[in-house]
Design a protein around this ligand. Sequence first.
Ligand SMILES: N[C@@H](CCC(=O)N[C@@H](CS)C(=O)NCC(=O)O)C(=O)O
Length: 228
Amino acid sequence: MSLKLNMLPPSVNNLPIRVFVRAAGLSFEEQNVWGTTKLEEYTAKCPSQLTPSIETGELPRGLLWESCAVMMYLANRDGLTGLYPTDPASRAMIDSANFYGVGSLYPAVARATYPRAGFGGAPGEVSASNASDEEKESGRRAAEESIPRLLEVYRDFFLTDAGFIGNDEPTIADIRFASTLEFVPLTDIELPGWVTDYLQRVESALGDAYSEPVADVRGFIAQVKSKA
Ligand SMILES: N[C@@H](CCC(=O)N[C@@H](CS)C(=O)NCC(=O)O)C(=O)O
């Protein structure tokens, strides 16, 4: 059954799936949907208007979004127990890290980086309001200041064992966490040594599966910084 991946190259929400399909050795077709997610054709298939999404005929609605749900589905479907171990205790750590990442870490990273990346803020956020530039920067900075504490949770709780989350090789939680970390260089935070070590560990374990798609994110960040 064919697998189509709808994605935006500079996005660290899209990066996990782009890494996952490569790490899993899946056959896939990648489609850059930049500028088309709000159009009728995409919305008809994906009412959330979000990326990443996958399309495959075996899904009840033919499409699935949410980066972690997509990785969980594909790993379950194909029995990829290294990337998503079946042991309930390992899974508990992986699922907790992923839900914490999507629910707590990523929103802080988005509020700290989107204004600099030129991405719009969510309705109700100061960056999307009529506030002054000073007030918007103050909101962005507050988000940035919350990030080190959020990161320490990974160091102190999720990475207590072998240096990967829930396994002695990279899991879908590492793919998601590392992907989110890739946007932190858009902030003024100096990444602590354990974070840079961790990113190197993940990248070296995953090889080209990580290095190839992450080049789009790093290239985008370099472009943003060169214009700042
Ligand atoms: N929690 C979602 C977040 C997805 C998300 O926010 N995607 C953004 C890109 S970072 C998107 O597709 N926005 C629509 C657009 O920019 O056209 C996930 O992990 O997949």
